[in-house]
Design a protein around this ligand. Structure first.
Ligand code: TXA
Ligand code: MG
Length: 306
């Protein structure tokens, strides 16, 4: 039995958050680790439970654009994006208001906000009457969780509850768009750069050098297994043949469209570890939107750990 209870009862989840607890919260992208924005002690526990350095700021989750305005100064671009895409897998980086405690942003003047498209998350936020911070509910650097059992596998005993909202349908984290200056995409996700440009009527400026999204490390989303990247099934067989004796190999993604790939990606990486696989060979999908997001996560999962 796990030390952290798992429930579908929203009353219990709201009660735990009200009394200073931290909970696994379902969203359409991945499970978040939620605490009330105004509860700095609970927010500090979120960093501690994840083993996340304080300089990596958290996304504030709200239930409407009107509520986002309590935490962030929305410009015309942000209003247009919110109207078109919220609730949905888009996080907008904006100048923050005084309502955001320093611990949430690591002292930055900007705050990331989003409205998740999951009915249970929205009900929790509505009933609390305030936003919740929610980084992905995994140990720092590990693969994000897309089911309650993934949250328990990483954080059992370190958090107070997991609210079970079923499997996450998008499967990779939200797109992050920076609206604090020239429009930039800091993390690819289901919402593509083209979608954002069309809605804002403005071109995206490519990010050069180190990303301005804090915590975008080269190695992230990493299973224990080594991850090898290939572009097609044939090269996956060549790579597999060259691995040393004793390697246990699994190829993923060969026959998946981008949407199914994204939805299954983190489950497949986690299952490789529980099945004792030493080497995952991932066939990279082509295209933008979700395909670009899957390539981004796999590239980080394959990066050398320092
Ligand atoms: O889909 C998602 O966005 C999920 C679900 C739970 O909503 N959340 C998520 O949170 O992926 P997290 O903390 O794992 O990733 C958020 C990223 C981090 O790289 C963080 O450093 C960056 O957003 N970020 C957040 N606030 C920021 C800020 N004020 N300035 C720069 N980067 C920020
Ligand atoms: Mg994360």
């Amino acid at each position: 039995m796990s030390a952290t209870p798992v429930t579908t009862d929203i009353d219990i989840a709201v009660g735990v958050l009200r009394s200073g607890g931290i909970i696994g919260l379902p969203t359409e992208t991945v499970y978040g680790l939620a605490a009330r924005v105004s509860d700095s002690r609970a927010v500090s526990r979120v960093f501690a439970a994840k083993g996340r350095p304080a300089g990596h700021p958290l996304i504030v989750h709200v239930s409407s654009a009107a509520q986002a305005a309590r935490y962030a100064h929305l410009d015309a671009r942000a209003h247009a994006l919110a109207a078109a895409l919220w609730p949905g897998p888009l996080t907008i980086l904006l100048p923050r208001t005084v309502e955001v405690p320093d611990v949430v942003t690591g002292g930055r003047q900007s705050v990331a906000v989003r409205v998740p498209a999951h009915p249970m998350a929205l009900e929790v936020i509505d009933r609390l009457g305030e936003g919740v911070v929610a980084p992905s509910a995994n140990r720092f650097g590990h693969v994000s969780p897309t089911s309650p059992s993934h949250v328990v596998a990483d954080l059992d005993g370190l958090i107070d509850l997991v609210l079970d909202g079923g499997p996450c349908h998008v499967g990779v984290e939200s797109t992050i768009v920076d609206c604090t200056g020239p429009l930039q995409v800091l993390r690819p996700g289901a919402i593509s750069g083209e979608d954002i440009e069309a809605i804002c009527g403005e071109s995206i400026v490519p990010t050069i050098g180190e990303s301005r999204a804090a915590g975008m490390l080269a190695s992230h989303y990493a299973p224990r297994a080594r991850v090898h990247l290939v572009t097609d099934g044939e090269s996956s067989r060549t790579v597999a043949a060259a691995l040393p004796d004793g390697a246990t190999v699994r190829t993923i993604g060969e026959d998946l469209d981008a949407q199914s790939y994204a939805e299954a990606l983190y489950r497949m990486l986690r299952e490789a570890d529980t099945d004792g696989i030493t080497d995952v060979i991932a066939v990279l999908p082509t295209g933008d939107g979700l395909a670009a997001a899957v390539r981004d996560r796999l590239t980080k999962a394959a990066a050398e750990r320092t």
